[in-house]
Ligand binder design. Structure first.
Ligand SMILES: [Zn+2]
Length: 626
């Protein structure tokens, strides 16, 4: 179905490419990508598109309550680029915990550790000099003994260790025998076609950028510890006792939420095989990251849901949590509903993984097939967070987004899917209230100039309010304005084309903008420039209302600059009201002022502007009395 639409669109629309697409501001690094043919002005990957890949075999040992995590790793890294690589950049994210590391926020003593200590480095089996003092915190420059030529591959090995931090954020210790392990392994940074090596320091303010790799991860833990994580668990029958295994297997086929392992069973050593240590092995291919949670007492619930209505494929949904967290007893149900709606409504692409696990921690953070979510007293919020993090499956993971630089390409979409799912849970009115409260109010009511920095600004140079609102609410409203303007059918067709073209690759904003232009058959550069490249906010005003042939002409002024849709609510002299919805298209020709014709034979007494979720910064100029 998508394929058919896509071919039709491609045939229809080649005509619009080229003549005005360059009007969008294009940074010099991105211009270079178009010149080299790695990207294309019709929004598709260019004929010379490439990306690099690693195959990771990782072995780690975690023996709580010791906080020491030891790892050994072998990476086969393939250079698909046309460039010769000499000094690959290796990411050591957990050095964010080192005293003296640059951090976006202040932190407590319990967050600090000695960071990652590299015990051994080898290239193609040959030991290399290894001086940990040379690690510039979250980046580690590895000097290869010889050049890695285009099309060639290299074997990199690392032994390393680190201590899990007492205070956890996206990863760390949840309690003395429960750890969440993420970003724990040295990895080759992304080397891409427009920016070269990703050498941005990880400060915790912005998120990640990862290649699509293959992983084979083995985790050695003591008996009675369960490991939940990304990838296919190998040989669960060797790890779980028969009753637990039977319930786990049943959960993969059942519509019910099943208690796979209870606290009592953990306490009586009835969950895992009683070896001194068990090895939990997980395999996953073509995936941007792996993360794991482990515990000897977290309750384990599971169920499953059909995510592909055509093939009947089911995905497993699991939750691991402290017995005291009452909201978590509902989480499998919430997550199943999220998977079903994401798969069948928005974005309407079957959930691409075999499972998701929501693990109770202190974050609200997504990983492929995993989320680390807090427990909340209000289950509405538990559901909201579960769905938001699962929605991230599509962006950044299915799509390989550079979150560090262009976080609005994933957070803006997760925020949008949040609203679209909530509309189905609680109706449009309540969903809009929720969205306004969490995603719009803080931005629109803050006159700080930081709020007006263009969304396209690379995320790593932003902090504070600009960083958050540019990625979430402002960007989401931009996507929703386009949805409103194109209508749901055409919008979804564009979104699916974008997702099909760039699934498993690294799209940048221009690939998204140009795909929407290409597939919609409309040159939307005026809108992209307005919403994503300009200093704007939402403030529309009624300037004048005059009698016109067939009704009334309403003169609107756009004070804030953003090309927002708006409802023109008319009250007639007979007391009745009528709403005339205007999409962003009213601003296409003139983005400062426009006239809207209200066709009516009745007499109007007053007119009011209501942006609904497109909240207006100044309501004092939104009404007009005749
Ligand atoms: Zn998010």
């Amino acid at each position: 179905m998508i394929m058919k639409l896509y071919l039709f669109a491609a045939a229809l629309l080649t005509s619009i490419t080229g003549f005005s697409q360059q009007k969008l501001y294009t940074p010099r690094d991105v211009q270079k990508a178009y010149k080299n043919g790695t990207r294309s002005l019709d929004g598709k990957p260019g004929k010379n598109y490439w990306q690099n890949k690693g195959r990771y075999k990782i072995d780690i040992t975690a023996m709580p309550p010791s906080r020491l995590i030891k790892g050994a790793e072998m990476i086969s890294y393939v250079n698909n680029s046309p460039d010769t690589i000499k000094n690959p950049n290796i990411k050591l994210f957990l050095n964010i915990h080192k005293p003296g590391a640059a951090r976006g926020q202040s932190t407590s003593r319990d967050y600090l550790t000695d960071g990652v200590f590299i015990d051994k480095v080898a290239v193609n089996g040959q030991a290399r000099p290894n001086d940990n003092t040379q690690n510039t915190f979250t980046n580690f420059r590895l000097r290869l003994p010889g050049a890695l030529l285009p099309g060639d591959s290299v074997q990199l090995s690392f032994d390393w260790h680190y201590d899990v931090s007492l205070q956890s954020g996206r990863e760390g210790m949840i309690d003395s025998t429960t750890y969440f392990l993420a970003y724990f392994y040295p990895r080759v940074a992304v080397y891409d076609d427009y920016n070269g090596w990703d050498r941005m320091n990880f400060t915790d303010d912005h998120e990640f950028y990862s290649d699509f790799n293959d992983y084979d991860v083995s985790i050695h833990v003591p008996a009675n510890y369960v490991v939940w994580g990304t990838g296919t668990l190998q040989q669960p029958e060797k790890l779980l006792q028969p009753a637990v295994l039977a319930r786990f297997n049943e959960s993969l086929r059942s519509d019910k939420t099943i208690r796979v392992a209870s606290l009592d069973e953990f306490r009586s050593n009835n969950v895992t095989t009683q070896n001194a240590t068990n090895t939990w092995q997980f395999l996953a291919s073509n995936i941007p990251d792996m993360a794991f949670g482990l515990s000897n007492h977290f309750v384990w619930d599971a169920g499953s849901v059909t995510v592909d209505t055509i093939t009947g494929r089911r995905a497993s949904v699991q939750a691991a949590y402290d017995n005291k967290s009452k909201d978590y007893t509902y989480v499998v149900g919430f997550a199943k509903e999220g998977l079903r709606l994401l798969s069948t409504t928005w974005p309407g692409i079957p959930y691409p993984y075999e499972k998701t696990t929501i693990f109770q921690g202190f974050a609200g953070m997504e990983y492929p097939m995993m989320a680390n979510d807090e427990s909340y007293p209000d289950t509405t919020f538990s559901k909201f967070v579960a769905e938001h993090e699962i929605a991230h499956t599509y962006m950044p993971f299915y799509m390989g987004i550079n979150e560090t630089r262009y976080g609005f390409m994933d957070e803006g979409w997760a925020t949008t899917f949040e609203l679209l799912l909530n509309q189905q849970h609680m109706g449009n009115k309540k969903a809009a209230e929720f969205y306004k409260q969490f995603r719009v109010t803080n931005w629109i009511n803050d006159p700080n100039a930081e709020e007006d920095i263009p969304i396209i600004t690379p995320g790593n140079v932003l902090t504070g309010v600009a960083s958050g609102n540019n990625q979430y609410g402002k960007a989401s409203l931009g996507y929703l304005a386009v949805k409103d303007m194109l209508g749901d059918v055409l919008f979804k067709k564009c979104l699916h084309a974008y997702m099909q073209r760039w699934n498993g690759k690294h799209p940048i904003p221009w690939d998204f903008f140009y795909t929407f232009n290409d597939v919609s058959g409309k040159n939307l550069n005026w809108f992209w420039s307005n919403w994503f490249f300009s200093n704007g906010y939402i403030d529309l005003a009624i300037e004048k209302v005059a009698k016109a042939s067939g009704g009334y002409s309403v003169s609107l002024r756009n004070i804030g600059g953003f090309a927002a849709p708006v409802n023109v609510i008319v009250t007639y002299t007979d007391g009745q009201t009528e709403t005339f919805h205007q999409t962003s298209a009213i601003w296409e020709k003139d983005q400062q002022a426009t006239k809207v014709l209200i066709k009516t034979s009745k007499s109007i007494s007053s007119i009011k502007l209501d942006g609904d979720i497109f909240m207006d910064a100044d309501l004092s100029n939104n009404s007009y009395h005749l």
